[in-house]
Design a protein around this ligand. Structure first.
Ligand SMILES: Cc1cc2nc3c(=O)[nH]c(=O)nc-3n(C[C@H](O)[C@H](O)[C@H](O)COP(=O)(O)O)c2cc1C
Length: 221
């Protein structure tokens, strides 16, 4: 039995192309928790959004590739997204940054105003948490509201039980609580907006119609 919720749509995906990705397992578990708490889930895989390396000449000649087009459509359809991303060399995987870079080229810029929850899974003791601080930077730059609490599953290669849940009951409880708090925030932001929003790519830059990117949105009536 869950509390009644206003309709909220979540895009959930992993930041790994690997078939047996630990982050895909964590993303699938997050999807189950969201659904069992009354949220709608679009469970996507990074492979659906795969793009060639960003190249300004390709963009000018051929436009934005299909992977980023698909990601944009699914992002627009969602109120919030959940990304479970591996940590590579204390940062985010190149494929994740590449997807963010391509997608940031659309006008209007689709990350603006989205809510995001970040999580990671790694065999390491820190669970890939440093990588999430790197993911946070471009997302916040693009106007995504990144939830303060990030979940990182340490020793993830041995953390799941046979049903795909986190074997440690306390950790599973914290994982669910983190997601439920995030869901409450997304629901409130969507249905009870209290702030007007404006995204300016570089606040403080001298206004220049050739380069400026400014997008303003009033609070919905
Ligand atoms: C290039 C590379 C760099 C990595 N760097 C880190 C790292 O800095 N910290 C960490 O916890 N794990 C690191 N790992 C290990 C990954 O966390 C591990 O491969 C993990 O399973 C990847 O996520 P996935 O299972 O979702 O594909 C690295 C792996 C690769 C391939």
């Amino acid at each position: 039995m869950t509390d009644a919720r206003y309709k909220v749509n979540f895009l959930v995906f992993e930041g790994s192309l690997r078939k047996d990705s630990l982050n895909a397992r964590l993303a699938s578990l997050a999807s189950r928790v969201i659904e069992s708490n009354g949220g709608n889930v679009d469970r996507a895989n990074l492979i659906d959004f795969d793009c060639p390396s960003y190249d300004g000449d390709v963009e000018a000649g051929e436009g934005i590739p299909a992977g980023a087009q698909t990601f944009r459509q699914r992002l627009i359809a969602a109120d919030a997204f959940v990304l479970s991303s591996p940590e590579y060399n204390a940062s985010m995987p190149g494929v994740v940054k590449n997807l963010i870079d391509w997608t940031s080229r659309f006008v209007p810029q689709p990350f603006k105003g989205k809510q995001a929850l970040l999580m990671s899974a790694s065999p390491s003791m820190a669970g890939g948490n440093r990588g999430l601080w790197a993911v946070r930077v471009p997302l916040e730059h693009l106007g995504t509201r990144v939830y303060p609490d990030m979940f990182s599953l340490a020793q993830a290669h041995q953390a799941f039980d046979a049903n795909g849940r986190i074997a440690n009951a306390k950790l599973q409880e914290w994982f669910e609580a983190n997601i439920k708090c995030f869901m409450d925030l997304v629901e409130a932001a969507k249905h009870f907006p209290q702030i007007k929003t404006q995204w300016v790519e570089f606040l403080g830059e001298h206004p220049d119609r050739l380069t400026e990117r400014v997008e303003t949105q009033d609070v919905a009536a």
